[in-house]
Design a binder for this molecule. Structure first.
Ligand code: DC
Length: 228
């Protein structure tokens, strides 16, 4: 598609379908897709494995110095996967064990500074779609297109349950619901960069929209912004 290269940010609550939309948009536009949540998840995995005390700043800083995050393209699967210190952790970081801890880790100032600096570097050349919680408000406050996604709680719980159940049939809907509610609460109430809709973000409530409908809407917005 002709037009200038832009930055597209997609923020919103957990399990709203942000990454599905972001990936499809990036593919259509020939842009890079960055899942910023994967970075916080990989940091959380490192903290768990190394028993990092999240109340101890010295331990946190020491741990961050030893963390190298990289997105590596898996051409077979046509997606990029999260690597932590050279190890592919894409599958491990989707576990509920990580989801239970990630919001607390992502609320730590040093962790956010570490992740945001890398995210901003990735956007230097534009032509990027990044999803998360603070991408339109903090990471790229000047992004040309900002989307804020929402969906009804029940719909979100069902979507996430289906996803996790496929990997772990022992999981209960209650566990998934509690985890989503807890993460939404922590993510939107933390002191640093809480989840909120940027003043200039366009809202996309997908409770009653198919993936195709969401994609077409977002693509229409992107085309308009690319022309400006
Ligand atoms: O998008 P996700 O569910 O994979 O994100 C995992 C957690 O990381 C989420 O609960 C909050 C945090 N996160 C964040 O604080 N800021 C971001 N830009 C992305 C994710």
């Amino acid at each position: 598609m002709p037009g200038k290269k832009i930055i597209i940010t997609i923020d919103g609550w957990s399990s709203c379908g942000k990454s599905t939309l972001a990936k499809r948009l990036a593919k259509e536009l020939g842009y890079v897709y960055v899942d910023s949540g994967a970075m916080y998840r990989a940091i959380t995995l490192y903290f768990i494995r190394n028993n990092v005390d999240i109340e101890n700043k010295t331990e946190i800083n020491e741990a961050l110095r030893n963390i190298n995050l990289e997105f590596v393209v898996n051409s077979g699967a046509q997606r990029s996967e999260m690597f932590l210190n050279g190890e592919n952790v894409e599958y491990l970081i989707r576990d509920l064990l990580i989801a239970e801890k990630v919001s607390d880790v992502a609320a730590i100032r040093e962790v956010r500074e570490f992740a945001v600096a890398q995210q901003q570097k990735m956007g230097k050349k534009k032509g990027i779609v990044m999803d998360g919680r603070d991408i339109g408000t903090v990471v790229f406050p000047k992004a040309e297109l900002k989307i804020f996604m929402t969906a009804d709680n029940t719909v979100r719980v069902e979507r996430r349950f289906k996803e996790l159940y496929a990997k772990n049939p022992n999981i209960t809907i209650e566990e998934v619901k509690n985890n989503l509610e807890m993460r939404d609460y922590i993510d939107s109430h933390r002191e640093i960069s809480p989840l909120r809709k940027a003043g200039d973000a366009l809202e996309l409530d997908n409770t009653h929209l198919t993936e195709d409908q969401q994609f077409r809407k977002a693509l229409e917005w992107a085309q308009l912004r690319k022309k400006k």
